[in-house]
Design a protein around this ligand. Structure first.
Ligand SMILES: *Cc1c(COP(=O)(O)O)cnc(C)c1O
Length: 462
C-alpha cells in the first residue's frame, strides 16, 4: 500500500513511513493511493466478531508488509485490552431509528483512545525494529493530548510533548495530561488558542533542521494512522445494524474532520453508508463551507464542547483532495489561499463531490443543553456536550435507515455542562476516581516557535 500527499509533491511512502512522518514534507497529509475494497460477503462475515478481529480485518489491507500479521494482532490486542467495556464500542438505542455509538470506554474517556492506543503500540514496534528515538509533538484542544499521553507514557524510544491552550481545556482533560509521572511525558500550556497550538506544530514540521534534529513525529489528527484506526467502529456499528444488507447513516460531532473522514473511508471500502452528517457547534466553519462553498475563518468562540472549537479543520484537506479526484496542485492552491487570506472558495466540481458525500448541521449552546436534558429524561442516557451536538443534528437527518450518532466523550469529562443540563453531576468511573488528588506537572510556554523549539530540545532525552 502506497501513500501520497494531498499536495502532490512529497515522497510517496509505505504505511510505516507515513505513520512515523505524520505531516508530509510538502505540508500536505498522507492518503492511500487507492482504498482497498471489501465485498458484501466479507462485510457480512464481520457481524458479531470481537472488536479486535474486525480491527485486524479492516486495517490489514492498508498496512502492506510493514507489520507482520502477528505484530498487527499483538498491537491491536494490547491497544484495546485497557478498554473498560468488552464490546469496546457498544451501541445503544435512543429512539426508533436513532442509535448512539459509545466511543468513550477507553483510558481517557474519549474516542481518541481508539486511535492513540493503537498508534502507540505500532510506534513501539517500529522504533524497536529501527533502533531509533522519536519526539512526538501534538496540539490538542483537550482530548487528543490526553489520549496521546496515555498511549505513549513510559514507552521506550519516545518523548511526547503535547501543546494545549492554557486555561482552555477542561480540568479533567488538563489533569489527564499533567498527572502522568513518566519522564517521557511533557504537557506544555501555551498562551493562545487551539489553532495557535496547531499552527506551531505545523511550523515545527516545516522547520526541517529542527524536524530532523529531534526526529519529530506527529500523532494528532493529521496522522494517517489515526484516521485508519477510526474506520473500524463504522464497520462494527453498521454490521450490528444490518449492513451490508441494509444501509446505515452516521452523524459525527466534528472538529478536525478526522473522525468523519474515517467514515468516508469505510464507505469507500464498501460499507453501505447512505449519509454522513457533519455536526458542528457554533464554530460552524464546516457547516458554512458545505452550504455556501466558502471556507472562511472567523474567530473561535469558546463553547461547552471545546474539542470542536476550531476554525481550521486539518483533515478537511483530505476530503478536498479526494473530491478533486486527487489533484494535489488544486489542493495546494486552496491551502495557500487559506494561509494567505484566511479563506478559500471551493471550486464547483469539488463542491459537488463534497455535497454528494457529506451533509451537515449546526447546534447552538441552548440546543446542546436541551438535548442533554431531554435524552437524560427520556432514555436515562447522559451525553457529553459534543455527543449532544451530534444527537441534535442527527435528529434532523433520521430517515428510514438507522442513524448512528457517535458519542465521542464520557459525560464525566464535561461535568459542568452536564450538571447545568440535568442538575446531576456525572461521576468519574471508579478507575480514575483519584484523578483530582494526583500531583500535576506542566511547562508554561509563550505561543512562539523559537520558545517551543528550545523547550523541546532541552527537555527531550538525548
Ligand atoms: C476530537 C473530538 C471531536 C472532534 O473530532 P475530529 O476527529 O477532530 O473531527 C469531537 N468530540 C470530542 C469529544 C473530541 O475529543
Amino acid at each position: 500500500m502506497r501513500y501520497v500527499s494531498t499536495r502532490g509533491t512529497a515522497p510517496i511512502l509505505g504505511f510505516e513511513d507515513a505513520l512515523l512522518t505524520g505531516l508530509a514534507r510538502d505540508g500536505g497529509l498522507y492518503v492511500p493511493q487507492s482504498v482497498p475494497h471489501m465485498d458484501a460477503h466479507e462485510i457480512a462475515a464481520l457481524a458479531g466478531l470481537p472488536y479486535e478481529e474486525v480491527a485486524f480485518q479492516v486495517i490489514r489491507p492498508f498496512i502492506g508488509d510493514d507489520f507482520s500479521e502477528d505484530e498487527l494482532r499483538g498491537a491491536i490486542s494490547r491497544a484495546y485490552s485497557v478498554f473498560a467495556h468488552p464490546a469496546r464500542a457498544p451501541l445503544v438505542q435512543v429512539a426508533p431509528q436513532h442509535f448512539v455509538l459509545e466511543l468513550f470506554h477507553g483510558p481517557t474517556l474519549a474516542f481518541k483512545d481508539f486511535a492513540m492506543q493503537l498508534i502507540g503500540q505500532l510506534f513501539q514496534i517500529a522504533m524497536k525494529k529501527r533502533g531509533e528515538r522519536v519526539t512526538i509533538v501534538g496540539a490538542t484542544s483537550g482530548d487528543t493530548g490526553s489520549a496521546a499521553i496515555e498511549a505513549f507514557r513510559g514507552l521506550d524510544n519516545v518523548d511526547i510533548f503535547i501543546l494545549y491552550p492554557h486555561g482552555r481545556v477542561s480540568e479533567v482533560q488538563r489533569r489527564q495530561m499533567t498527572t502522568p509521572p513518566e519522564a517521557n511525558v511533557h504537557a506544555v500550556a501555551v498562551d493562545g488558542h487551539f489553532d495557535d497550538c496547531q499552527a506551531l506544530v505545523k511550523d515545527m514540521f516545516n522547520d526541517f533542521d529542527f524536524r530532523d534534529s529531534v526526529g519529530l513525529s506527529a500523532v494528532n489528527s493529521i496522522n494517517w494512522g489515526r484516521v485508519l484506526a477510526q474506520v473500524v467502529y463504522y464497520f462494527t456499528a453498521a454490521t450490528a445494524l444490518g449492513a451490508p444488507h441494509r444501509e446505515v447513516a452516521f452523524t459525527v460531532p466534528t472538529g478536525n474532520f478526522g473522525d468523519i473522514f474515517a467514515g468516508d473511508i469505510a464507505r469507500r471500502m464498501g460499507l453501505p453508508i447512505r449519509e454522513l452528517v457533519i455536526a458542528t457547534n457554533r464554530n460552524d466553519i464546516l457547516h458554512r463551507a458545505m452550504t455556501t462553498g466558502s471556507y472562511s475563518v472567523e474567530g473561535v468562540a469558546p463553547t461547552m464542547s471545546p474539542s470542536m472549537d476550531i476554525q481550521v479543520s486539518s483533515n478537511f484537506e483530505r476530503a478536498l483532495y479526494l473530491a478533486s479526484g486527487g489533484d494535489g496542485e488544486v489542493v495546494k492552491g486552496l491551502m495557500e489561499d487559506l494561509k494567505g487570506q484566511g479563506s478559500f472558495s471551493i471550486p464547483q466540481g469539488i463542491m459537488e463531490g463534497l455535497q454528494e458525500r457529506y451533509a451537515s448541521g449546526r447546534c447552538s449552546e441552548e440546543e446542546t443543553l436541551e438535548t442533554i436534558a431531554r435524552l437524560h429524561a427520556t432514555t436515562g442516557m447522559t451525553l457529553c456536550p459534543h455527543s449532544a451536538v451530534g444527537a441534535r443534528v442527527a435528529e434532523d437527518h433520521v430517515s428510514d435507515v438507522p442513524m448512528v450518532t457517535l458519542a465521542t466523550a464520557h459525560p464525566a469529562k464535561f461535568p459542568d455542562a452536564v450538571e447545568e443540563a440535568t442538575q446531576e453531576r456525572p461521576p468519574l468511573p471508579h478507575r480514575m476516581a483519584d484523578l483530582y488528588d494526583r500531583p500535576e506537572r506542566v511547562e508554561r510556554c509563550a505561543g512562539d516557535l523559537q520558545a517551543i523549539e528550545t523547550l523541546i530540545k532541552e527537555r527531550r532525552a538525548a
